[in-house]
Design a protein around this ligand. Structure first.
Ligand SMILES: [Mg+2]
Length: 174
């Protein structure tokens, strides 16, 4: 069980992810969480930095699909403005949305990475399908109450069981 909760890589933010290195590893598609991974929970605006992040991913040969448990009205506008595919109400960590995302990106488990801020949805879901999983630190403190509850469990997991001191790694240590 704990193996399924362990990310392959743990970084401070999406901006610390080395696209060229992922590409060399054989990754061609990114399943990207939205809330607290790219922007604060329910923030509508796409920041210029995030828009540039998607452009850089594309330029590096990586296709992106935003996969969010939030509702489609929330996800659609965001995905359209960054030019990414989307799956809303994903039901992570259930496998179905990850499979649909890979079908949309024409990738498979060995060529797909998941990027997200939650161990129990993003990382668990990705690991169940054998994807390369990347945990980021959440971008904001204000969160959905259910998420806050999960955070407490996550903090325990990070501290005690998985990530040593619970601090983000540099890429090289991942
Ligand atoms: Mg999230």
């Amino acid at each position: 069980m704990y193996t399924l909760l362990r990310p392959h890589l743990y970084v401070s933010s999406v901006f610390d992810i080395d696209f060229a290195r992922l590409y060399r590893r054989g990754i061609r598609g990114l399943v990207v969480d939205l809330d607290n991974t790219l922007v604060p929970w329910n923030q509508r605006e796409v920041t210029p930095a995030v828009a540039a992040w998607f452009r850089r991913a594309r330029a590096a040969g990586l296709t992106c699909c935003i996969v969010s448990n939030n509702h489609d009205e929330r996800v659609r506008g965001f995905a359209e403005s960054v030019g990414a595919a989307r799956i809303a109400r994903a039901g992570k960590p259930r496998r179905r949305a990850f499979s649909r995302a890979m079908a949309a990106m024409q990738t498979h488990a060995g060529s797909t990475a998941v990027i997200g801020d939650q161990v129990f949805t993003d990382i668990l879901g990705g690991n169940r399908l054998g994807l390369f999983t990347i945990l980021v630190q959440p971008v904001a403190e204000h969160e959905f109450w259910g998420t806050r509850l999960l955070r407490r469990l996550e903090a325990l997991v990070r501290r005690r069981l998985i990530l040593g001191g619970g601090t983000p790694q540099s890429w090289g240590e991942g």
